[in-house]
Ligand binder design. Structure first.
Ligand code: DC
Length: 235
């Protein structure tokens, strides 16, 4: 079963999708992390803009998501070759780079192919995949079994992001996060390739007034209802 969760940054997608996957015993795929790591790789090659990226730049790209479990739960590691870039890609500059390079057709094709392969490996043997991003329900898996589109008020999203950054030891002013988020949203929504848009058959979930457990609970309920429908053979 494939669960696609899309939405703008700060809508709570990542942490929610991870918790949903954990509750359902499924694989969590954070596609934003893949775009971030790829963009770090491209910037290290000396590239600055999406229109500079050609097939030769993504040919040797080796981005992997690795899940390692311990007593505190699953931990997602993002690898560029053998280098663990899990922390580096969470920095603000890496988010900006990702939003720039995500406009490249070459980058998107490389990411979509990897994401489809990862999910098919798991879902073809009966597993559940919870994949989150911007284009999962529209481009990567237009036939996903469940599609959720998460949104939240801008200021709420910026405050959540600020709290996350503080947790990681980065003290960034709220206004700067808000400005950056709006610029990134505008770029994600207006780009030609796979813009951020709600799939017509996605279920909208506005998380402005919801706490984390409520967000997770609502999605788990939607997924389990869909699972029972599928088992009964109804649509
Ligand atoms: O979700 P995030 O903030 O980690 O994503 C970083 C950037 O990557 C975001 O600005 C847009 C891009 N992205 C994308 O274009 N498509 C995806 N499926 C995931 C992320």
């Amino acid at each position: 079963m494939i669960v696609a969760i899309d939405g703008p940054s700060g809508s709570g997608k990542s942490s929610t999708a991870r918790a949903v996957a954990e509750e359902l015993g499924g694989l969590f795929v954070d596609t934003g992390a893949m775009y971030r790591a790829t963009s770090l790789y491209l910037s290290r090659l000396g590239l600055e803009r999406a229109d500079e990226v050609g097939p030769e730049h993504v040919r040797d790209l080796d981005v992997r998501l690795e899940v390692s479990g311990n007593d505190e739960g699953d931990r997602l590691r993002v690898l560029l070759g053998s280098e663990d870039v899990s922390q580096e890609i969470r920095k603000e500059y890496a988010g900006r780079l990702a939003s720039e390079f995500a406009q490249s057709d070459c980058v998107r094709k490389a990411m979509v192919a990897r994401q489809q392969m990862m999910a098919r490996e798991v879902s073809s043997c009966g597993g559940t995949v919870v994949m989150e991003g911007r284009d999962i329900g529209t481009v990567v898996f237009p036939q996903a079994d469940v599609k959720i589109f998460m949104t939240a008020d801008d200021r709420v999203r910026a405050s959540r992001r600020r709290a996350e950054l503080l947790d990681q030891g980065q003290d960034v002013p709220l206004q700067s996060i808000l400005d950056d988020m709006r610029a990134r949203d505008a770029r994600d929504r207006s780009r030609l390739q796979a813009p951020l848009v709600k799939a017509v058959d996605a279920i909208g979930l506005d998380t402005t007034g919801l706490d984390f457990e409520e967000q997770v609970g609502r999605i788990v309920k939607i997924v389990t209802e869909r699972q029972s429908q599928m088992q009964r053979g109804t649509n």
